[in-house]
Write a protein that binds this ligand. Structure first.
Ligand code: OFO
Length: 170
């Protein structure tokens, strides 16, 4: 059984993960419109991953006898001045999500909720990957630039990303 405080914080995290999906889908829409199919593919896959992140918490709340309550999802930014700016915004967003997950772990510890603390470890690890994925794309922008050939090469590489949800061990 989840304590009310934990249930509320987990529900807020569901909302943040759903917003993440919405944000990346909005980025995908701009990239698609700009003719950058690879960037659009990367963002599409990212949006799918975020839905998976949201779903995993949704299922956990239910498994623990809690009540999932879905709130309104904030409107995401519709237009970035460049693709590089888009990835910079992605990194900033992932840093925000990492902080949110860390705060949740702190809360679970304070409330002596060991199950939730263990459940959240997956997200702690995932956030390292999330920041690293975006960071390495930004490194490429630094190396080869974000105009002409540079963006063409990055777009080609990002076209190869596919969505592979982890096997759920439970
Ligand atoms: Fe759910 O990790 Fe990104 O936001």
């Amino acid at each position: 059984m989840l304590k009310k405080k934990i249930e509320k914080a987990l529900n807020e995290q569901v909302n943040k993960e759903l917003f993440s999906a919405y944000l990346y889908q909005s980025m995908a829409a701009q990239a698609e419109h700009d003719g950058l199919e690879g960037v659009a593919n990367w963002m599409d896959v990212q949006a799918e991953e975020e839905m998976f992140h949201a779903r995993k918490i949704y299922d956990y709340i239910n498994e623990q006898g809690g009540r999932v309550v879905l709130e309104a999802i904030e409107k995401p930014e519709a237009e970035y001045e460049s693709i590089k700016a888009m990835f910079e915004a992605s990194l900033e967003h992932e840093q925000f999500i990492t902080k949110s997950i860390n705060d949740l772990v702190d809360l679970a510890k304070e409330e002596n909720d060991h199950a939730t603390e263990i459940f959240l470890q997956w997200y702690v690890t995932e956030q390292v990957e999330e920041e690293d994925n975006v960071g390495s794309i930004l490194d490429k922008f630094e190396l080869i630039g974000d105009a002409g050939n540079g963006i063409f090469m990055i777009d080609k590489e990002l076209a190869t990303r596919t969505f592979t949800p982890e096997e759920d061990e439970e």
